[in-house]
Design a binder for this molecule. Structure first.
Ligand SMILES: [Zn+2]
Length: 434
């Protein structure tokens, strides 16, 4: 809590500087705003639905008690215990990210997608067990509230990449038993049952025009289990198919607004409105390559260039990297993305879908270390968001919704739908992919 206070101290110092140069009336408002933000942030349940530090834990032996800030001030990670506390974070969904490279990987090279999933789940449990004074595993919305009341960080998990189930509904059920509470249906790869937004133009990939029948069975089983369906990374048609199939609210665990930055990783207005109708929530991604319109254009172009180079040099990754680096050097360079750009995404989603349908899914440690906007550089900076929402005139109640209450509502509703479905019918024999 001491470090949490120090984040506000920094904000206070910034505000005092502001006082020094601004007229008195504004200065009083700023100081009052800080005080209000501090109180509200402490009272609120603050939840982030997508943090990729899990990969660092598994692949680099990073421990959350390690200092992720190097002696020279540069970052080794966006996330560590000290900064999580400074940021007043109450509940974290650890991303169980399964790269597409794990599909069909031999055991001696790290194994397939299911093995990777289990290793990632294992490392989350290991961290929670190593630091029981800080973390506790949570499986329901009520767990989150209970754990937060005890002053700990509720720890949850979401799978990123539907290929993790290796086309097995039994695997999906077992992941739920292990604590997985959402699944991002694809990553950048279309799998055997859902289209990704990232490879739609790749003629070598077999697409399904959204979800195929097995994909729809996966959604229904997720509803039955009480696992949230996550539409980040999927194609627009997959999003529409998920919305048409699901009996429970859905989420986008780490996606921003396409109207603000034209990248297909972001959610368009039509889907935002459909998610509002569904009762779901869009958790805003902080990556400058998705939220900053100038950078989003380059992120998309870079992806197309990579595909082009891979086709030109199919067996020479070094050549691809070399040519890509040359191409990148020709692209315009931009300053760091200002905080206002990130806030524009929050405001747009609030205006389009409503205050009940937006939350935080920052994607920290899943994006380059210098790619979060100014002022939101790591997990210690969440209080800045509270302050900025208050500054824009939102009420305490509204800000609490964005910080965590919206996603808790969706979790509870998914739990309720699951109970009803389970009451209506005992576990059916799973569909199999034909
Ligand atoms: Zn992602």
């Amino acid at each position: 809590m001491k470090t949490f206070a120090s984040t506000f101290l920094c904000l206070s110092i910034a505000a005092l500087c502001f006082v020094f140069v601004k007229p008195q009336a504004q200065a009083v408002d700023e100081a009052a705003l800080l005080k209000r933000a501090q109180k509200l942030h402490r009272e609120a349940i603050v939840i982030d639905t997508h943090n990729d530090v899990t990969s660092l834990l598994l692949d680099e032996g990073f421990d959350l008690a390690d200092n992720g800030v190097k002696p020279d001030g540069s970052l080794r990670s966006h996330t560590d215990i000290r900064r999580l506390k400074a940021g007043g974070l109450d509940a974290q969904f650890f991303a169980v990210f399964v790269d597409k490279d794990f599909v069909n990987k031999p055991v001696r090279e790290g194994g397939g997608a299911a093995r990777r999933t289990l290793d990632m789940i294992g490392v989350v449990y290991e961290q929670v067990a190593r630091h029981p004074e800080t973390f506790e595993m949570a499986f329901t919305a009520n767990d989150v509230r209970r754990i937060v009341k005890r002053g700990k960080i509720a720890s949850l998990m979401g799978i990123e990449g539907g290929h993790a189930i290796e086309d097995s509904i039994y695997a999906l059920r077992m992941y739920h038993q292990l604590g997985i509470r959402y699944m991002t249906l694809t990553h950048t790869n279309t799998n055997d049952w859902a289209d990704s937004e990232a490879d739609l133009k790749n003629q070598n990939v077999k697409h399904h025009n959204g979800l195929n029948d097995f994909g729809k069975a996966v959604i229904t089983e997720m509803n039955r289990l009480g696992m949230m369906a996550d539409i980040s990374h999927v194609s627009d048609k997959t999003m529409a198919d998920v919305l048409a199939t699901t009996k429970a609210p859905i989420i986008a665990s780490h996606s921003s607004a396409r109207a603000m930055a034209n990248h297909t990783r972001n959610v368009n207005d039509e889907t935002l409105r459909a998610i509002a109708k569904n009762g779901g929530v869009v958790m805003v991604n902080f990556y400058d390559g998705f939220i900053d319109p100038r950078k989003a254009e380059i992120t998309l172009a870079s992806r197309a260039k990579t595909e082009e180079l891979k086709a030109l040099y199919p067996n020479d990754q070094n050549k691809v990297n070399e040519e890509l680096a040359k191409w990148r050097a020709t692209q315009p360079k931009f300053d760091k993305t200002p905080l206002s750009v990130l806030m524009d995404h929050f405001i747009h989603i609030i205006k389009t879908a409503g205050i009940d349908h937006v939350g935080i899914g920052a994607d920290l440690d899943g994006i380059p270390l210098d790619a979060a906007p100014v002022g939101m550089e790591d997990v210690s900076k969440y209080p800045v968001l509270t302050m900025e929402l208050l500054r824009r005139g939102y009420s305490d109640g509204d800000v609490k919704k964005v910080l965590g209450e919206n996603i808790l509502r969706v979790m509870s509703e998914c739990e309720r739908v699951a109970r009803e479905m389970q009451k209506a019918q005992p576990a059916p024999t799973p569909a199999r992919l034909k």
